[in-house]
Ligand binder design. Structure first.
Ligand SMILES: [Zn+2]
Length: 506
């Protein structure tokens, strides 16, 4: 059920034991062999890989816009969790050479996206190793059946943006949020082009007609949260009130009034993060910002420390909700990452609830009113909404509306049950105790029960797992509140519009 946490505990225990064991101690057959081609995700069994844990990615990339030519060398620092005779990375581009611990290694393609690597010598359990992969390709021409290609080739550059799939198109990885690592991302582009990625811009140098940007993400990051945005981009660099670098970026092809609406929203990032820090606890990263792309991706994504927004969100006016949502993910989804994709409501329900809390602060409708308005608005016989449960949505419905809205209603039901003081203590404790790690639904329920002292299984069962419309709305309605609240709150229509942009009609 919780493969990774169990493995970590086992590694820690074994590490302390190995000191007492002679080096020649026999290794059982189960501890020696090829690493599994998947990390153990119940929804995506072949995503990620077993047998090792990546600590750091150093990506050195060169990109030629127009030709969509990406050349790269990825150096991964990893630790073997078993004695490895062979292991996999997830990757799609053409590979020229693989070295493991400095020695040339054999490699082969298997499955839809596996790069199978056989080192010259088996890798010893618990010891670190280094993998170097040299590669090149045109990512925009690589298709995988059943997946919308997340690498977008543009006339002026490219955009790497997708969830869960994107890493395969631009760097080799252990592609699952259960294996987080720090990143150095260095990309060289023609002079005049900009390159945006995650974390702090360490350096930017131009020579002989080329500019090299070096970004450092110094906190662990899930592989899908790495982004690369290259092109003709208006870039603003500033500092937040807390002294962190703030990078905001706007596609130069954006025109009025969408550009102004986008700036009126995304330039409020530092202010929004200040408020979110007051609710969720200290901001977990060393930089912040956001990019607005003039590209029909149809979504915004919480890429770590630097969300990326489709400009469609700013079509008819400023939209702060989407900025609140993507930055709430910096705590819930990015810093506290998923252990299993099945638990996606831990990301989306929380980011949705953050939108409602913002509305509550702004006086345009409380979270309770918004949660109840959705409950009232969607009939019990809706063909999908109440049937697809947020606690186990199944892969095709990973980002379906109920994950967001019923996920948010779950938190509202919890808040009603435990009271405001315990509820906000739970949110903060979840962000703090799981910071830069991973969490799952069972752990969140346990934490909620521990802090509140209440038995909450049936509440979570009703809201997360039970198909059908729950018998009672997420927030208790007093007769007085019902009289005062005639119809949905002021911000309801804008929340609905935001989610319809993401999901289409509910
Ligand atoms: Zn989200």
């Amino acid at each position: 059920m919780f493969p990774r946490s169990i493995r970590r505990a086992a590694v820690a225990a074994a590490l302390s034991l190995t000191l007492a064991v002679p080096l020649s101690a026999p290794v059982s057959a189960a501890d020696r062999g090829p690493g599994a081609p998947g990390i153990g995700d119940v929804y995506f069994p072949d995503y990620g890989n077993g047998g090792y844990d990546v600590k750091h990615y150093n990506l050195k990339l060169g990109y030629q816009p127009g030709a969509d030519r990406l050349e790269g060398k990825a150096t991964l620092l990893a630790t073997a969790s078993q004695t490895l005779t062979r292991f996999n990375l997830d990757f799609l581009l053409d590979v020229q050479e693989v070295k493991v611990n400095g020695r040339t290694a054999a490699f082969a393609r298997t499955g839809a996206h596996e790069l199978e690597i056989t080192p010259a010598r088996a890798l010893t359990r618990f010891l670190p190793f280094v993998v170097e992969v040299t590669y090149a390709g045109t990512p925009g021409s690589v298709e995988v059946p059943g997946i919308v290609r997340p690498w977008i080739k543009r006339a002026d550059g490219a955009l790497a943006l997708g969830e869960p799939e994107i890493a395969w198109w631009w760097y080799p990885s252990n592609d699952h949020p259960a294996d987080k690592a720090t990143f150095d991302i260095t990309v060289t582009v023609p002079e005049g082009k900009q390159a945006i990625s995650n974390g702090v811009l360490v350096s930017q140098r131009t020579s002989r007609g080329k500019t090299t940007f070096h970004y450092l993400m110094d906190k662990p990051m899930a592989t899908y949260l790495a982004t690369l945005y290259i092109g003709d981009i208006e870039v603003h660099r500033a500092r937040s009130s807390t002294g962190l670098p703030v990078t905001t970026a706007y596609d130069k092809s954006l025109t009025s009034p969408r550009l102004e609406f986008a700036k009126a929203s995304v330039e409020r990032t530092a202010e929004i993060i200040d408020w979110e820090s007051s609710v969720f606890g200290r901001y977990p990263f060393s930089s912040m910002g956001g990019s607005v792309v003039n590209e029909n991706v149809g979504f915004a994504l919480e890429t770590q420390s630097h969300p990326v927004y489709d400009s469609i969100f700013f079509e008819s006016g400023p939209d702060v909700s989407v900025v609140v949502h993507e930055n709430a993910h910096q705590w819930f989804g990015d810093s506290v990452a998923l252990e299993q994709w099945r638990d996606i409501w831990l990301n989306e329900g929380f980011a949705t609830y953050a939108e409602w809390l913002w509305s509550e602060k702004e006086g345009t409708g409380t979270a309770a009113e918004l949660a109840n308005a959705i409950y009232d608005d969607i009939p019990a016989d809706h063909p999908r909404f109440w049937v697809r449960v947020p606690g186990d949505p199944t892969p095709p419905f990973l980002f379906y509306a109920s994950v967001y809205w019923r996920g948010g209603m779950t938190l509202q039901a919890l808040r009603g049950e435990v009271g405001d003081e315990d509820f906000f203590a739970i949110l903060k404790a979840w962000a703090r105790t799981k910071q830069h790690g991973n969490g799952d639904t069972g752990e969140f329920i346990s934490l909620s029960e521990k802090i509140s002292g209440k038995q909450l299984d049936s509440l979570f069962q009703t809201w997360l797992f039970e198909p059908g419309k729950p018998a009672h709305p997420p927030a208790a309605v007093t007769a007085q509140a019902a009289r005062a609240q005639a119809g949905p709150p002021a911000s309801y229509e804008s929340h609905k519009r935001f989610h319809e942009l993401l999901h289409g009609p509910i």
